[in-house]
Design a protein around this ligand. Structure first.
Ligand SMILES: CC(C)(COP(=O)(O)OP(=O)(O)OC[C@H]1O[C@@H](n2cnc3c(N)ncnc32)[C@H](O)[C@@H]1OP(=O)(O)O)[C@@H](O)C(=O)NCCC(=O)NCCS
Length: 290
């Protein structure tokens, strides 16, 4: 199929939202998983946020004949590690090379960056194969966990509260120590639009989560599993919706603790990377990007 790749515009958001909703719904239903986006409107809102964002490279594939949009892709350039996604192709025209073209365009744009990352739905053999062919390496398996922990609050020496601008520096250095690169601009976005949460003990930030009720945007870090348990127990008392986040399943004790707290396992996701990668020894939650 002949297509042109061009920058996405505000006016494309509704059509991209429809493709996003239908594209994910098709693959989710095929494998018996719940839809990632509950409606085309909610998908369009997320897509519109990326199209408008000055540090997100947003592109669509338009059909040569009538200019109809048949797919889109995003590259987040907010911080030194670049992140791809979501990428979605209209289900009517998948497996005709459009996804590959949109991925190549994003990777061209990211050329020279320290690293490029994404998370894919681990059961999706199409996306897994496409990304592997393009040079991505599978690094770690996660599960989306959702629910409200049922235990009593963390002990009184913990202070769990909404993150403020005054915490940014400390959160940035905690993230830097754990991952070896900063992610401060994205955390600032989370502070502007949502309710990130910090866990403090002994006057030191031990853990934080960027978007506790929305796993798509909820990256976070913690020095130890105990810190993360305190963060989750405190966050659920501040956030009225159920918590949702991506848990690295190799954290077996933390995984079991989440299950014992009544959280449900929703879907498996795989982190894939190109370029710089250091396996973090501390606890971390990626967003759907990295
Ligand atoms: C994943 C997605 C973006 C791929 O787009 P697409 O246009 O269908 O993919 P393409 O035709 O460009 O490329 C698919 C590649 O994967 C390969 N592939 C697909 N299934 C495969 C399989 N089971 N085994 C091996 N290779 C496979 C194809 O052969 C092709 O490789 P090639 O370019 O070397 O020929 C598209 O299927 C989609 O939108 N899915 C729904 C939303 C989604 O899951 N997005 C990804 C989020 S992580």
């Amino acid at each position: 199929m002949d297509i042109t790749i061009r920058p996405a515009m505000d006016a494309d958001a509704d059509e991209c939202g429809r493709i996003c909703y239908e594209g994910f719904r098709a693959v989710n239903e095929r494998h018996g998983f719940p839809a990632i986006f509950p409606s085309a409107e909610i998908a369009a809102r997320r897509v519109a946020g990326f199209i408008r964002h000055p540090a997100v490279f947003a592109i669509v594939a338009a059909s040569h004949g009538d200019g109809r949009i048949v797919g889109f892709n995003f590259l987040s350039e907010r911080d030194p590690i670049r992140a791809i996604g979501p990428i979605v192709i209209d289900p009517a025209v998948q497996e005709r090379g459009i996804g590959r073209r949109l991925m190549e365009a994003a990777l061209d744009r990211a050329h020279g960056a320290r690293g490029v990352r994404l998370l894919q739905e681990a059961y999706n053999v199409q996306s897994l194969s496409l990304y592997a062919v393009l040079g991505f390496e599978a690094r770690e398996l996660f599960v989306v966990m959702a629910g409200a922990p049922t235990s009593t609050p963390p002990p009184p020496d913990w202070q769990i509260r909404p993150l403020t601008e005054a915490d940014m520096q400390e959160c940035a250095s905690l993230h830097g120590r754990i991952h070896g690169y900063p992610r401060t601009n994205e955390l600032r976005d989370a502070l502007a639009t949502g309710t990130p949460i910090v866990a403090i003990r002994g006057e030191r930030v031990r853990a934080y989560m960027a978007s506790p009720a929305n796993w798509l945007a909820n990256h976070g870090v913690g020095e130890t599993e105990e810190d993360v348990r305190a963060l989750l127990l405190g966050a659920t008392r501040i956030i009225k919706d159920p918590l949702s986040f991506l848990l690295p399943i190799r954290r077996a004790a933390l995984f079991r603790w989440c299950l014992a707290q009544g959280l449900r396992t929703i879907r498996p996701m795989m982190l894939m990377t190109i370029g710089e990668y250091r396996d973090p020894r501390e606890v971390y939650f990626p967003s759907v990007l990295y």
